[in-house]
Design a protein around this ligand. Sequence first.
Ligand code: SF4
Ligand code: FES
Length: 360
Amino acid sequence: MDARANNAPRPLGLLAELTHRCPLGCPYCSNPLALEARADELDTATWARVFREAAALGALQVHLSGGEPGARRDLVDITQAAHDAGLYTNLITSAVGITPEAFAKLSDAGLDHVQISIQDSEPGSADHIAGYKGAYARKAALAAQVTRLGIPLTVNAVMHRANIDHVEGMVALALKLGAKRVEIAHVQYYGWALKNRARLMPTREQVERAVKAVETLRLRHHGEIVIDAVVPDYYARFPKACVGGWGRRSLNVTPSGRVLPCHAAESIPALTFWNVREHSLADIWDNSPAFMAFRGTGWMQEPCRSCPKREEDFGGCRCQAFALTGDARATDPVCHLSPRHALVAELAEMREDAAYDYRR
Ligand code: SF4
Ligand code: FES
């Protein structure tokens, strides 16, 4: 890997949270519980500078995300700026709020790829999970326009107890919509999803059935569609290398310009985040305390410190370690080597059927 002067690795991708505004209310939203206000959002020119700085730092792609990025009236200009900076542009959208006219302009501005989140293969359930009547139909309509314009489409399918038995239906839907890839992504329990954990948590039997279904579907649709899927954290033996390792592969800029090593980093109260209004992206990447906090392996405690997998998974997820143990330096309790691993099994057994606490 390419190294900068202080041996920091270079980021490959930038997640640009253009706004936290969104018409949907998904109960597992990755935005923080305290949403940033429209009045605090960065303007178009600042985003354009951030994209140029990201490209200079080595980033290859930008994910234009939110909230719902379509809520930004300047989304076309923002997309154009990212394209002009030489970044591969990926729009991550709920599809609600992007008109066919607006999407045609995004395509003209150089949009390279689109990811549409779909909450379930069955329209009524999809709208219920999204907390928005008619969302499913709008997603299908935008997906049709994306593929008509020849832009590659990925369907994001976030799985949980209410829809995990529909993996086959989700893949069939992605194929019908003309997607080249479907991401079967299980809910990650931070922020809103942590609030709704007992309402979202699948059973072990459901997870095992879904894993088998994915294996079969991969064989059946080989060459037609790429199916990305990972075992959900709470049922895994080892944690994932969250965000590819802290401060190693990616960075996340919030609507107001705070730069985070991952989307949930603000859930760790001891961290302070620098802002692109006051610092260049390179300065933040190389020197900000939040990025330095868990970069590499020097911060680790046992059992990670002497574990042969420490350069592979980087001790798992810092936000999850903090959420479950109160110590962001702890081994992610998802790891079966963690002294707190039993807690994960206990939490996976806690389920309730109350109404969702929607993100609003
Ligand atoms: Fe990864 Fe730490 Fe578990 Fe080793 S002990 S597998 S480094 S989380
Ligand atoms: Fe923050 Fe995993 S979500 S490190």
